[in-house]
Structure formats: C-alpha cells, structure tokens
Design a protein around this ligand. Sequence first.
Ligand code: MN3
Length: 247
Amino acid sequence: MPFHSSRRKFLQTTLTGSMVAGAAAVIPGLESCKTTQKTATNTLPLTALEQTPLPYAFNALEPAIDARTMEIHYTKHAAAYAKAIKEAVDAEAPGKSLESLFPVVSKYSTKLRNNGGGHYNHELFWKTMAPNAGQLGAGKLKTAIDASFTGYDQFKTKLTEAAMTRFGSGWAWLYLDSDKKLQIGSTPNQDNPLMDVSTVKGTPLLGLDVWEHAYYLKYQNKRADYVNAWFSLINWDFVQKRYDSLV
Ligand code: MN3
C-alpha cells in the first residue's frame, strides 16, 4: 500500500471524536498529504503573520469600547504579538502556518505559543466585532445556538460566565468541537482551542478578550460591564459565515 494511502487509512480508522479538530496536522509529515477527511480547520483561510488593517475606525465601537483603548490595543498590544510571532516562526518553523503549528504547539517555544495565540486571537477578535452590529438572524448558526444552549439568552449567560470565571488574563470562546458541536469555554493567557495545550479543543468561532488591556481605561475593574457591552458589538454576519464554512 502506498505510504500516503496507508497513512490515510490509519487516520480514517483511528481518529476519534475526542481528538483535536484538524488533527491531521498532528501526524508528522502529513501536512503535505491531502486527506479525504474534512477537518474543522481546513475550510478557513489561513491567518497571515502580518496584522491585517482594522476593519473600522478606532472610535467605531464607541461607546462599548472607547477609541483610545482600541488604538492602544491594535497598534501596541496586537502589533507586538504580530512582530514577535513573525520572528518566532522564521526562527523555529519557517513557512509554517499558525493553523498547522497550534496542534503541536507544545513542541515549540513559549514565545511561539504566546505570540502565535496573541496574533491569531486578535486577528479573529477584530473581525468578530462591528459598529452597529445586528442581531443573530435566522440561519444554521441560530438553529445550532438554540439547540445547544436552549436559546440566545442562555448562550449569553454561559459565555458571560466563561468570561467572568477566567482568573487573570485570557479569552472566552464559542467554538466548534471535533464533532461539530457548539461549545463554550475559556483559555488562559493567549492560548486558544486550536492548541494541543488547551483543555478546550476545537475551532474558535468567536473569542472575547478578557485581558485588562482590552477594557481597563473605560471599565477599570468592572469586567462584567465590558462583557455585557461587548455582546452589542458581535458581528453575527461574520460569525455566521465562519460557522457555515465549517459545518
Ligand atoms: Mn488583547
């Protein structure tokens, strides 16, 4: 049996639902081998190592998030992650995508893990917010949220709880697990559910930054008020399209 065929057969017969979404990348040498198995990560565009332009002005999300916070967050914090991840990938894994590194991130440096997550998470964060964001409209995502969390209100309660119980810095997530079911959870620091080191595993659909740098100027210690305001910014059109491309 040709090498690739035997590897593919191995994957098809031994991968289980408990393994990481996109687990093909875990098998060394498999990245260049096209598998017939559709994984949760392979239909999304890869994240460039450079920052993409913010899709709106710094003041566009006011009053929920103030312009000064957005400016510092994008031009200082997120820019620093982008600079450092480029250095780390060039040094440790030239040419590799973040999406292929996260499932094996434990094999790489803390610099690559922290800044890889920092860059990826923020690139997603900016896109999942929008000024004058609409409601979650009828569609596959709304149906799945209603089925998974018995409605939008319970979804909001659970995601708020994940954000509020994350001690210190981190992220709260709505993500798709390897069975393509919606899940809510949180990760510390700049980790995310694509990483092998994460206790919650899957593909992020929506992430909420609960580092103090995301809200302290306006909200100080009142994380709950920031979290509540953030719900009014969710770019459901973007999240819906992301979900549709994965299921
Ligand atoms: Mn941040």
